[in-house]
Structures are given as C-alpha cells and as structure tokens.
Design a protein around this ligand. Sequence first.
Ligand code: SF4
Length: 236
Amino acid sequence: MITKHLINSIYRATEGEGVFLGRAQIFVRYQGCAIGCLNCDSKDTWDFSEDMGQSLEMVMEAVHKEGFNGAIKNVSITGGDPLHPSHVPHVRALVKLLKEKKYYVNIEAAGTRVVDEIFDLVDYVSFDFKTPSTGVRTPLKNIAKMIAQYPGKFQVKAVISDRADFVTTLEAFKMLRADEDSMPFPWVLTPCFNNHEEFPLERFSQVLTWNEEAGGFFRVIGQQHKWIFGPDQKQV
Ligand code: SF4
C-alpha cells in the first residue's frame, strides 16, 4: 500500500489544452500510471516511484507557494493516472483540503474509470475518450454515466492521430447524443502532437476539415503549450 502522495511535480503554468485553454493554474502531477497509452507524452510518470512520496502538508505548501502564496486559485490534478486506486485516498484528501481553502479543482481522468468519491468533490472533470491510436479503450458506458451523474461539470477530450481516430470518435458521439443535434457537454478534439516532432500542421488542418465536413460537432483545440515551448518541454 502506498502511504504518501506520489508526486512527479507541482508547478504553475497556463493551461495548454481543452476548455480551460489559457487559464493560469497550478498543476499537481501524480507519479504512477498503469494504463499504457501508446502515444503517451508523459512516460516519465508511469513508475510508481515510492521515493517521490510527499505528505499532504508538503503538497499544499507547494500549491500555495507556486500560486504566488494563494493568489492563483485554480488547480488541475493530473498525472500519470491520479485515479489509479493507489492514488485515490490521497487525491481525495487533497481535494477535500483544496476545497476547504476555496480552490477551483479540475481533475484529468483517463476515461477508464468513473471514480465517484473523487468526482463528487471536484469542480470539474476532464475525461478522456481514448481513440484507437492510444491502444486503450474508453467504454461508452463511462461517458453515459458522466452525462447522467455530472451534467455541466465535465468535458471529454479525444486525441486524434489519424482518420480512424476521428471516425471512431464521431461514431461514439452519435451513439451518445440525446437527439440529432446536441451533445450536453463540450467534446474536444486534440490533434496529436508527438514528442520529438515538428508542429504537425497537416494533421491539424485535416482534423479541422474532418470536423467541419461531419457537421462541426466538436471543438478542435490544439496543445498551445507545445507550440510555444516545443513538444518535449515539461512543466509548461
Ligand atoms: S493515461 Fe495519461 S499518463 Fe497514463 S499512459 Fe495514458 S496518456 Fe500516459
């Protein structure tokens, strides 16, 4: 059993993707993920390295300090997989304390689990829909559960590497929407920007075109931090 918060890093940066793009926040990145996405850009977070353990007090102090002594009140909990069962009791304790201190808390969820004991406490959930290029699957029943239980407090994000990713995402969208036109939450397509790669202009423009041709149901939002700092830069 892991007795501490396994922390890869705690840092201040401007959100580079999804519906909070451009918002300054503190990232609490947990160390440890067993999901194994093929195109993961954070493989350094996979090991459950117990020597990266921190106490709750240490984590809170770092959040406070990185946010200019509490001036920045937005926190994003990410990973790794912060919803791995070994992290959940620690993440739950952290979220409870952050909420007591009036922080707005987003959690990045891999899409493989709906963890009510955490989702009930946070302000927002950024929930992945894993596309075929990741080699991982998000059961549609997970997104259906999010629609039923957490209306208005989640987005879905899908990384798009190629046409098959887009088609699979569009099919999922059509199966989940309540009527012909609507989807009751923001669904974001993130054109893939791999490590060690030049800015993928062609892929990006293809995703824009596919979305337009299909009816424009999605929001295409790139990874701004990678354009600015390069795809391999950490803590940005
Ligand atoms: S869930 Fe996130 S950290 Fe884990 S393998 Fe997938 S992309 Fe990487």
